[in-house]
Design a binder for this molecule. Structure first.
Ligand SMILES: Cc1cc2nc3c(=O)[nH]c(=O)nc-3n(C[C@H](O)[C@H](O)[C@H](O)COP(=O)(O)OP(=O)(O)OC[C@H]3O[C@@H](n4cnc5c(N)ncnc54)[C@H](O)[C@@H]3O)c2cc1C
Length: 391
């Protein structure tokens, strides 16, 4: 693998750096900058930032130019993510699943009319999206979905329940997987819909996570009417569309960038606590550092593979598995560094770094669940990467 950047890639890297430095809000990245706390405040900020990215020509980095994106190569996307972390832009700049999942799915499978209606709102941040896939008995096994949609004339009538729907309370639209044929084999009776979250018949109940924040929601559908024009692809062919969405969810190409930024912060924490001269801590910190470097190399390998083959393959599961487990181990190190102060969380005036590591530690538990659990990733690696038999 050649790690050197071409002159054009280096130019791109500088351009990203200069734009970010010029456009991040004043005080950004300094301890004095007050982070948005609740979901409402975060989404308000994210809409503003998405608009700024759009105006600067950085929204929809991977989207083709004809749909308003930047048409960046996978390597340029990786460089963008690295610069983003290098200038200290925190991970909270995140506007739901629109730019990363819904846009690419629509570009691939939507009609021209659907693209025209929805893509711009995603890029500008005017419309926030959520993902209605998981159900109480259909998580890893998405095809077990039971939320039903009956097509009467040109209108689907949707009844059922989704769960773990991040952003649902704040979202304008939802990508929804529903069952439209209960007699067909389970992968064949699904349809993919775009649902207006203001539709009559939708009830949303917040679920509080162990971090104390309520990102998650349960979403109930009681005879919710969805026009047939909001169906993506063909009736009963929703599985293929959902697979496109999931492939984008699992192939995020630069998870190492965020973890490298956090590793930098963990090292700074260890220095402040005067633990970097302690031999036991030096070993732990070095181990974490090496793991983030391995992750970086894996991310580069994935980008090289995608640039060679043109699409993300099952190898993306290796990256998901490694980053999510590296993330958890690193947060454990951060918490243990704090010693007895580890018991003090947000809200305590004596909590180290305003309790951010306690929050990160609890939040990192989710990393091995969302976008496919570690067990599911190991199954994919065993069967589709290593070619091992199922039993
Ligand atoms: C932070 C977060 C955000 C999320 N946001 C959304 C969202 O916005 N929209 C949405 O639709 N969903 C969302 N989810 C849900 C997520 O997609 C599911 O939690 C995930 O797919 C796992 O499904 P489940 O929770 O039903 O667990 P299950 O599928 O019931 O799994 C339970 C356990 O069994 C194991 N298991 C399951 N199948 C196998 C197998 N074949 N082989 C070996 N082990 C297996 C799993 O690894 C797990 O340990 C989110 C989850 C989290 C944690």
């Amino acid at each position: 693998m050649d790690f050197r950047l071409s002159a054009e890639e280096a130019r791109f890297q500088h351009e990203v750096h200069d734009w970010l430095v010029a456009n991040l809000p004043a005080g950004w990245g300094t301890p004095a900058y007050r982070m948005a706390e609740g979901p409402e405040e975060k989404i308000r900020f994210a809409r503003w930032w998405q608009r700024r990215l759009y105006e600067g020509g950085w929204a929809g980095l991977s989207w083709p130019k004809e749909y308003g994106g930047r048409g960046a190569t996978p390597l340029e996307q990786l460089l963008f993510a690295e610069e983003y972390v290098r200038v200290g832009a925190p991970a909270m700049i995140d506007i739901g699943v629109g730019p990363a999942l819904v846009g690419p799915t629509l570009i691939h499978h939507g009609t021209e009319r659907q693209k025209e209606r929805f893509l711009r709102g995603i890029l500008t941040g005017e419309e926030v999206w959520c993902q209605g896939f998981s159900e109480p008995n259909a998580g890893s096994d998405l095809a077990a979905c039971r939320t039903r949609a009956d097509l009467r004339g040109d209108v689907f009538h949707v009844t059922g329940q989704k769960i773990w729907t991040s952003y649902a309370r704040l979202a304008d639209w939802c990508i929804l997987v529903v069952r439209t044929d209960s007699q067909a084999p389970k992968h064949h009776g699904l349809t993919f819909l775009l649902v207006d979250m203001k539709s009559p018949g939708i009830t949303i109940r917040a679920l509080v996570e162990m971090t104390g924040v309520a990102w998650f929601n349960e979403v109930f559908f009681d005879d919710v009417q969805v026009p047939r024009a909001n169906m993506i692809g063909e009736l009963n062919q929703g599985w293929t569309i959902a697979i496109t969405t999931l492939a984008h969810e699992r192939s995020g190409s630069a998870p190492h960038a965020r973890l490298q930024g956090e590793m930098r912060d963990v090292l700074a924490l260890a220095r402040r606590l005067l633990l970097t001269t302690d031999r036991r801590w030096r070993q732990r910190l070095a181990q974490s550092f090496v793991e983030t470097e391995i992750l970086r190399l894996l991310a580069y390998k994935q980008v090289s593979d995608i640039m060679r083959t043109g699409q993300p393959g099952p190898e993306g599961s290796c990256l998901k598995l490694v980053w999510s487990e590296t993330d958890q181990r690193m947060k454990e190190v951060a918490i243990e560094l704090e010693g007895p102060y580890a018991a003090l969380a947000r809200g305590s005036s004596r909590a180290i770094d305003a309790g951010c590591w306690q929050h990160e530690y609890l939040w990192s538990r989710a990393a091995t669940i969302y976008a496919g659990t570690s067990e599911v990733q190991r199954n994919i690696i065993a069967q589709r990467v290593l070619g091992l038999p199922r039993e």
